[in-house]
Design a protein around this ligand. Sequence first.
Ligand SMILES: NC(=O)c1ccc[n+]([C@@H]2O[C@H](COP(=O)([O-])OP(=O)(O)OC[C@H]3O[C@@H](n4cnc5c(N)ncnc54)[C@H](O)[C@@H]3O)[C@@H](O)[C@H]2O)c1
Length: 456
Amino acid sequence: MKLCVIGTGYVGLVGAAIFSDWGNHVTGVDIDEKKISRIQKGDMPIYEPGLSEIVLNNIKEGRLKFTTSIAEGMKDAEIIFICVGTPQSETGAADLSAVWAVAKEISNHLTDYKVIVTKSTVPVGTNQKVKEIILENLKSDVEFDVASNPEFLREGSSVEDMKDTDRTIVGSESEKAFKTMRRLYEHLGSPIIECDLRSAEMIKYASNAFLATKISFINEIAQICERAQADVSVVAKGMGLDRRIGSAFLNAGIGYGGSCFPKDVAALYKTSTDQAYDFKLLRSVMEVNLIQQFNFINKARKYYGSEIHGKVFGCLGLSFKGDTDDIRESVSIDVIEHLRGLGAKLKVYDPEAMENAKKVLGEESIEYCKSEYDAATGVDALFVLTEWSQFKSMDLFRLKENMKYPVIFDGRNLLDKSAVEGIGFTYFAIGKYTNGVKSIHEKNDVYSSAVLKNGH
Ligand SMILES: NC(=O)c1ccc[n+]([C@@H]2O[C@H](COP(=O)([O-])OP(=O)(O)OC[C@H]3O[C@@H](n4cnc5c(N)ncnc54)[C@H](O)[C@@H]3O)[C@@H](O)[C@H]2O)c1
């Protein structure tokens, strides 16, 4: 099939690459000239495991090309995918300006039947409006259909996710569009849910909101575990083995971030209020997520009393999660900014997100380090902020040797508590009893024993 993918970011670039790898002829289009020229040279603008090889191979095979011209990209294409960003606007709603702009541009160049598919995450009613915009701006009487095909890939494993999807959602009003979409996807063998446009749009938001709810739920359980001296990791394991619950998204931590969950949860909440309904559970999900970050920072504030000013902290992880360079809405970045605001100096390291983070954090009170061990050298404490697997397997003895004081605040429950404590670290994790320090929620004097124990 001949396909056009508009917007070559995390979704569009991976989508274009995988579609071409399936044997289709794909043209990726983006408004960003620098991005297109980098991709054309084989230099990926994003870090995504396995992506570069697939893009380069399919360019070489002549199945994949890139352009900044929508007219050129959509010529001869049977399906046009809209994969542009839909960031959060000031009201909490999704900013759909890029979707509207692309719809208008498509209508200017539509000369034969095509299915125009929105892959971007868009609120209920958006595809209907895309159809209206195209109808209003069409230059001639051309037949077309719109379809909704939300994307469920996860950054960090998006190549695998697209190849091996649990299900494909296609919303449309047209059997012809369903047939075209089936030709693209049915070889995957996983279920294709064909439904109306509005339900397809809602499935995406409901899915992300549910996953965010799981995260906030386990973070609330973590709060109780800390106070009741239970271990949230054990609790989550015990819960997750129940097939009705499942273990995914049950890792307690410093809250969800990234380019999707925060904006999608906010947008769904906005949709609910627009429909004169107060989605109370979702309001709590957002509130818990924010509080979780402050609870973590409060552990350090309580441990150090008023003495955070001038402390040097190592910070491991800048991206919003492991295996990506994406720092959009990264909780790690928020925590680092907060600690800097309290007067701390930060030594930071991330395997892939250093360049992106530099643009946001700048240089003030921040030293960008070459490795996790470099970031740990001479520090008063180490903050684990992103769940990169290389941090999980750090040499703890080397780490301890490098640090000024052996104190770890683990915001992702990444390290093995007994191993860390066994070699003499004071270890603060999420939803766990800490080192004979009865509870981080008790008075400051409880911490002074831990402080004395570790020689502060
Ligand atoms: N990132 C994810 O993990 C993920 C997963 C599922 C769904 N989504 C959804 O997919 C959509 C895209 O997300 P993303 O992370 O790929 O965004 P992104 O910001 O990485 O990429 C969007 C791209 O669209 C381009 N663009 C903007 N306006 C354009 C225009 N008028 N013409 C051509 N190109 C234009 C931008 O230059 C950019 O390269 C969003 O709605 C997002 O919510 C994202």
